[in-house]
Design a protein around this ligand. Structure first.
Ligand code: ZN
Length: 342
């Protein structure tokens, strides 16, 4: 049986090639398609999750910024400065779409945001995908491998004491890498993504290098300025995908990439230039909020957002208006707090 004409040829879970970056038009590759970070109308709904009124950073940075600041209401619900803040000519910083009138109010907002992000952390340990059908059985069921090949792969894996079954199948049992990736995509119910049109320099602007290294998240391509294809090698990381979605205000489509393509693209991305990032370690919640609030007061961003990615809090600050296209590397700065909480 030829591998390429096997029964799984068209069994991408999304049904057709439309889910693959390869299928989209060339114009979708234009980096100018990236929208500026969307501002959520409510400070409680950062990122792209809420269908809030969108006001790009450009609005804050316009010539009426001073007036805007003058008339703005402080976004800290417990702000006690009343109309005194009208005397302060601050139009920045802005955090999650809301302006804060003083360092104290910025800190209050960051404390609330840190609490919000850490709340969801406890219930996350369980793996919702642990009941997936084993890879070998998926492939056997599809007729992509024979029982002898599966036995051979499992034996090799057992004797070696480690390694992934997919790797053993490709290395020792003559199974194609594409087929293993397709089987993994059935397990994860996600598309197989191709690395065609991958631009490491552009994609590096979308996330800190740490997340590429630690979580194997590989932004592949932006389609129509709205959909980010996010590739993984062997298993999806829904937490990282959701964090990117909230931070960037894009719809994130996670998928799997064949191992050799992933390795090559990963290497190129790691070598690309990423926005400036500050790494901080903290053992408790209170100093975290203080460090983040200080960073915001120092940079005076026209927009900033906080999301959690596993055990990291990621603050991104945009210091200049994004007039379409990918962010300018000099106008974006990340702060990443790694949580070592008990
Ligand atoms: Zn205030």
């Amino acid at each position: 049986m030829s591998v390429l004409s096997g029964p799984g040829k068209t069994t991408s879970p999304r049904g057709q090639a439309g889910a693959s970056p390869r299928a989209s038009s060339a114009s979708a590759l234009a980096p100018a398609a990236l929208p500026p970070p969307r501002m959520a109308a409510s400070p409680k709904a950062p990122g792209g999750l809420a269908e809030g009124v969108e006001t790009g950073p450009a609005r804050r940075a316009s010539s009426s910024a001073w007036l805007g600041g003058l008339l703005s209401t402080c976004a800290n619900p417990a702000c006690s400065s009343g109309w005194l803040h009208l005397l302060r000519s601050r139009s920045a910083p802005v955090f999650e779409g809301g302006w804060s009138c003083s360092p104290a109010c910025t800190l209050a907002r960051l404390e609330a945001a840190v609490r919000r992000e850490l709340e969801g952390r406890r219930g996350e340990s369980g793996n919702p995908y642990r009941h997936r059908i084993p890879l070998g059985l998926v492939m056997l069921e599809q007729g992509w491998i024979s029982p002898a090949q599966l036995r051979g792969g499992l034996d090799a894996q057992k004797h070696a004491g480690d390694g992934r079954l997919g790797d053993w199948l490709t290395r020792h049992c003559g199974v194609s890498e594409q087929l293993v990736t397709r089987a993994l995509s059935l397990q994860w119910n996600c598309p197989v993504l191709a690395t065609d049109g991958f631009d490491p320099g552009a994609m590096a602007l979308l996330l800190p290098r740490l997340f590429v290294e630690a979580y194997g998240a590989l932004p592949l391509r932006l389609a129509a300025g709205k959909i980010l294809y996010l590739g993984f090698e062997e298993r999806l990381d829904p937490v990282a995908a959701l964090a990117l979605e909230r931070m960037l205000g894009l719809r994130v489509e996670p998928g799997l990439i064949p191992a050799s393509q992933f390795a090559a693209a990963h290497q190129h991305l790691i070598a690309a230039r990423f926005p400036r990032a500050e790494l901080i370690e903290s053992a408790s919640e209170a100093p975290l909020a203080r460090v983040l609030a200080r960073a915001i007061e120092r940079k005076r961003p026209i927009e900033s957002r906080l999301v959690r990615v596993h055990d990291c809090l990621w603050l991104r600050m945009w210091t200049r208006a994004q007039t379409g296209g990918l962010p300018d590397i000099a106008s974006v700065e990340d702060v990443i707090c790694s949580l070592v909480l008990a």
